[in-house]
Design a protein around this ligand. Structure first.
Ligand code: ZN
Length: 170
């Protein structure tokens, strides 16, 4: 295996040889396409205890996240809205992942995912969310992937104003 050390700022990672990298990318793209074509938890949650809106004006992604939180457990979570394949797949996998987790676990996962999509380094415990690691190579799409996460954190924290990636520093 040929390891290439990239010296570009912020991307200091080892890259496996090209064939393996392409295979991995194909697999990840399939997962993202599958979730964007048939998103999970894509409905309004009637008994939601909190909701938040997220808007990414650069791409036109617009979503509402619904969550039913009991104590500090996310009992149920869903979303509605429209946007590109990356943002929709992100919201779909996110809602699948966060069901049954605590609000503290959700925020910890946000930090890991944020780190991953901005640096490309996937850390332990991100599970299926690792499919978004490649997004870091496309800076314009980082906001698409992270938008539903900003909305979830806003919902969990009970913030009322809509989240926009215009104000957020990704
Ligand atoms: Zn987008």
């Amino acid at each position: 295996m040929v390891l290439i050390l990239s010296l570009e700022p912020g991307i200091g990672i080892f890259r496996p040889d090209d064939d393996m990298f392409d295979d991995l990318t194909d697999l990840y793209q399939q997962v993202i396409l599958d979730h964007s074509r048939s998103p999970r938890n894509f409905h309004r949650l009637e008994n939601a205890t909190c909701t938040a809106q997220g808007h990414n004006p650069l791409c036109g992604d617009n979503y509402t996240i619904y969550a039913r939180i009991e104590g500090d457990i996310i009992k149920d979570i869903s979303f509605q809205g429209s946007g590109c394949a990356i943002s929709k797949a992100s919201a779909s996998i996110l809602t699948d992942t966060l069901k049954g987790k605590t609000t503290a676990e959700a925020k910890a996962l946000f930090d890991k995912v944020h780190d991953m999509v901005t640096t490309g380094k996937s850390s332990n415990g991100v599970g299926k969310l690792a499919v978004f690691a490649g997004v870091h190579k496309f800076p314009a799409r980082v906001k698409c992937a992270i938008l539903p996460w900003h909305a979830v954190v806003a919902a969990v924290e009970g913030r009322q104003e809509p989240v926009t990636t215009e104000k957020e520093d990704t």
